[in-house]
Design a binder for this molecule. Sequence first.
Ligand SMILES: *Cc1c(COP(=O)(O)O)cnc(C)c1O
Length: 434
Amino acid sequence: MKRDRAVFEIIQKEKQRQKQGIELIASENFVSNQVMEAMGSVMTNKYAEGLPGKRYYGGCEFVDQTEVLAIERLKKLFGASWANVQPHSGAQANAAVMLALLRPGDKIMGFDLSHGGHLTHGSPVNFSGKLYRPGFYGVEEETGRIDYDKLEQKALNEKPKLLICGASAYSRDWDYERLRSIADKINAFLLADISHPSGLIATGLLNDPLPHCHIITSTTHKTLRGPRGGIIMMGKDFENPFGLKTQKGNTRMMSSLLDSAVFPGTQGGPLEHVIASKAVAFGEALTEEYKDYTKNVIANARAMADAFVDRGYKVISGGTDNHSMLIDLRSKNITGKDAENALIQADITVNKNMVPFDDKSPFVTSGMRIGTPAITTRGLQKNHMESIVELIDTVILNATDESKIAEVRHQVNEMMETFPLFADGAPEKEKNQA
Ligand SMILES: *Cc1c(COP(=O)(O)O)cnc(C)c1O
């Protein structure tokens, strides 16, 4: 077959874009060559509905082995007693949990989307807000932080059946112990969606949700630095809420309800090439190098937040505990949309984001979200953060000055030239790989 130049030339351009820019989107990262190699492997050819050892198809002996490796490594990484590695994405993982725990019309409560929450925690445009009745808690305008007393009052009033913690743009750690005590008062399930900080939790740098939350979901492609995908875990298994019985008359455990909610509940065949790649990524996350990486992610985020504050920017909540921060641009008289557009001209990628109590629409916004997972993978250190903030500041203060922005772009490209996409020094055979 003839090589499909049309597609591969575009992929080559995307690779060049990634190489020459400063990637500050908090949910992105750069995977290693071996994580990518497993994703682009023959495992993609295999149908394997069911679980390892219990499949609906023949010929699954090898995909069984990689899926078992993925499950065992993931359990070890988080100290989980049970895990399912099949969800195609973070959204699919949440859909499966809700299908397992709830009936349509049940009440749920999550972190307000306009304060940095996620669509799948009850947004009206998402299945979670259409099938279930959502309520929300948020941050205080003064502090930019969650007030757990107020959260408790809200939960006691609204009595959701499922309480969800976790966010896409919240720079502070979570008090899972307190959240569990709140959930217990109203007999609610507590779900921690750790999609963003999961890698930092795995290495023990943030509070551990596993001892406190009934169920934990995550993506695998953010700080965890694996292929795009989702996972579900439990610290320990428990009996299900509805007293559903198996054919033998036993009560079904939560693990079995969750497995069924993934397949056949919300998905067909699992992506075994992605699962093999997840196994590789979890193996990487168990190493000392990865632990050092996560420490650097946090050190870089703190240095960056400090540098923004020094230049007169308002960082929501005044700083960060994790890999990300949310910046209110109103004091600089620019919208999130205009800042994002100006920065992209300089090959700096951020995303516009609502800030808490934003007066602008989600398409315009007053803020930008910034994260350090991707640039830390490329090997940038604390001392580079000051320079990056200076470059960003120059663009924001000269957002309509094309020649100034071109100057910054030149500096950005020069700076990034020396950093490989994946900083472990993997050989640059990449060049012809795409
Ligand atoms: C990114 C994210 C998700 C969704 O992940 P996808 O893989 O994009 O579906 C879910 N929850 C939170 C909190 C997230 O940040």
